[in-house]
Design a protein around this ligand. Structure first.
Ligand code: BDR
Ligand code: CA
Length: 311
């Protein structure tokens, strides 16, 4: 495990698995702020959920809301996975207040300029991050990198595309071509990390409100996965892996790869084109592609974080 905590901005659309990402980030990183984007649910809902989870884990970091819609595409949500609220399934407390601002993009730019070496961790559609990179090209050389959840060898929203990248493929294209360090937690690794029944029981066995809320959220999340998929043991808990790639790199197998984003054709838009050809003409890698996670050990990280914050 790295000795110094990485400084991060978590850009998310909670989202059951985004909630787990906030939890792990609170335990193992210096969270400079949480920014929200429309994705799993409309922006008002994802922002509300982010504030609730931030409060539950007792984090002081500000929450700034951002883009209400993708750069070009029409907004689309994932209530078939996360419910209408974006985080259905638990009796949630009210948020402690409104977001610190509605200018997530300005917050990202200012914070990255003031804190060189910050990691951006997007776990929703990449609209805010793309807008920040476009408005402030100097960020490329100021940030440590971008560790994102999205893409992979197969799709979930379409045959080709993963949800976050399918929602805003143009933003994803800007992110994947920004030219600095990039880590991709795609579906091929996140589907190795499932909220199996015995793993949810480990959470439910812990004392406190946070543990109860997260166990209820994971039950709902796994319910939608097991009802929609053939033969899956529980929900794929995607988003915390983008955080753990920074905090627990020893849990992952990684391949350097060149990854491009398909745009335009609705059949493939948002697809990550991972160049696996064994040819000299293949362009240099732009991405550290996570290919394997030690799932039991990664789940222990989640459980320890809940035990730490839940009383
Ligand atoms: C991604 O989409 C959302 O439903 C999850 O929160 C995750 O970020 C997985 O495709
Ligand atoms: Ca998400």
């Amino acid at each position: 495990m790295p000795t110094e905590l990485p400084s991060i901005i978590l850009d998310c659309d909670p989202g059951h698995d985004d909630a787990i990402a906030i939890l792990v980030a609170a335990r193992h990183t210096r969270v400079l702020g949480i920014t929200t984007v429309a994705g799993n649910a409309p922006l008002s809902a994802t922002t509300r959920n982010a504030i609730i989870v931030r409060d539950l884990v007792g984090l002081a970091a500000p929450v700034h809301s951002g883009a209400e819609r993708p750069l070009i595409q029409t907004p689309k949500h994932a209530d078939y996975v996360h419910g209408k609220s974006g985080m259905d399934g638990a009796d949630l407390p009210e948020p402690s207040g409104p977001p610190a601002s509605t200018d997530a993009v300005g917050f990202i730019i200012e914070t990255c300029r003031a804190n060189e070496g910050t990691w951006l961790v997007p776990t929703g559609p990449m609209t805010n991050i793309a807008l920040a990179l476009r408005a402030a090209p100097d960020l490329k050389d100021r940030i440590a990198g971008i560790s994102l959840m999205g893409g992979g060898l197969f799709g979930n929203r379409t045959a080709a595309a993963e949800f976050n990248l399918w929602c805003d493929p143009e933003a994803a294209h800007i992110v994947f071509s920004y030219g600095g360090p990039l880590i991709m937690a795609g579906l091929d690794v996140t589907h190795q990390f499932q909220a199996l029944p015995h793993r949810i029981e480990m959470v439910r066995a812990l004392p406190g409100v946070l543990a109860r809320v997260l166990a209820d959220l994971l039950d709902f999340f796994s319910g939608t996965y097991t009802s929609r998929h053939h033969g899956i043991g529980g929900a794929a808990v995607h988003d915390p892996l983008a955080v753990m790639a920074l905090t627990h790199p020893e849990l992952f197998t990684v391949k350097n790869a060149h990854v491009d984003i398909a745009m335009g054709d609705p059949r493939t838009m948002g697809m990550t084109i991972i160049d696996q050809r064994d040819l000299r003409e293949v362009p240099p890698g732009n991405c550290e592609w996570l290919t394997h996670v030690q799932a039991d050990a990664a789940w222990d990280v989640v459980v320890e974080a809940i035990a730490h914050f839940s009383h």
